[in-house]
Design a protein around this ligand. Structure first.
Ligand SMILES: CC(C)(COP(=O)(O)OP(=O)(O)OC[C@H]1O[C@@H](n2cnc3c(N)ncnc32)[C@H](O)[C@@H]1OP(=O)(O)O)[C@@H](O)C(=O)NCCC(=O)NCCS
Length: 192
């Protein structure tokens, strides 16, 4: 007979059981994006293309399209930031692009921010925006516009409101995705 069959293992009473290991803290670093981050950002973005109405794109963005967007932002010296985990996993990103190509709009940008689905609701959006806005201001931006879907983007609406964006318009039924009409809420913030 085995030793443990003579002396059956005693079960520890619940109060003596060791506590389960603590959840690792949600740690991240915010830095400028590099071209090596593009495939990871593309994966995050295409998740929302396929599964949500927060973007009105319906077809996945290609690597080439994302690279072109990134190159344009770099060329303008506008901020494009990523949040990376301590192991280097890209958790989310944020950037600004010109609001319109016509010259008189040159001080106005549109901001974009996307977090991997597992990284939402933990304050990372707030942290990225808090870094993005002063960086945009330092790059000469005066006005920031957010174009937010009027359905399924409550976190984005709340976050922009918290950063002092004010609603400047609501366009109804300008998009059609997943068999239903969608509108956009326009929000604006002056970087004074
Ligand atoms: C929008 C997004 C960037 C916000 O970032 P986040 O880290 O999830 O949000 P945070 O945890 O920083 O919370 C920001 C605020 O929104 C609130 N919020 C978060 N999720 C919410 C929800 N589902 N409904 C309502 N409010 C919400 C939070 O309470 C917080 O407000 P508080 O500071 O007063 O507590 C993120 O959720 C995301 O990437 N979503 C999918 C992509 C997207 O919608 N991008 C924006 C396109 S315009």
């Amino acid at each position: 007979m085995l030793e443990e069959e003579y002396n059956p293992r005693r079960k520890l009473p619940p109060h003596l059981k060791p506590a389960p290991p603590a959840e690792p803290a949600f740690a991240f670093e915010i830095r400028d994006a590099t071209s090596r981050d593009i495939p990871h950002m593309l994966e995050i973005y295409n998740h929302y293309v396929a599964n949500s109405t927060v973007t009105f794109d319906e077809d996945p963005l290609t690597l080439k399209e994302m690279r072109a967007k990134f190159a344009k932002v770099q060329e303008l010296h506008y901020p494009w930031l990523v949040a990376a985990s301590p192991r280097g996993v890209i958790l989310g990103y944020a950037y600004v692009t010109p609001w319109k190509p016509k010259a008189a709009y040159r001080f106005t940008v549109e901001n974009s921010i996307y977090l991997g689905p597992a990284s939402t609701g933990k304050g990372l959006g707030k942290a990225l925006m808090a870094e993005l806005l002063p960086r945009a201001k330092a790059a000469g931006v005066k006005e920031v516009i957010a174009v937010i879907a009027d359905r399924g983007a409550d976190a984005s609406l709340a976050m922009h409101r918290n950063f002092g964006f004010t609603e400047i318009g609501h366009m109804g039924k300008v998009g059609f995705k997943f068999g239903r009409w969608l509108g956009t809420v326009l929000m604006q913030k002056s970087l004074k």
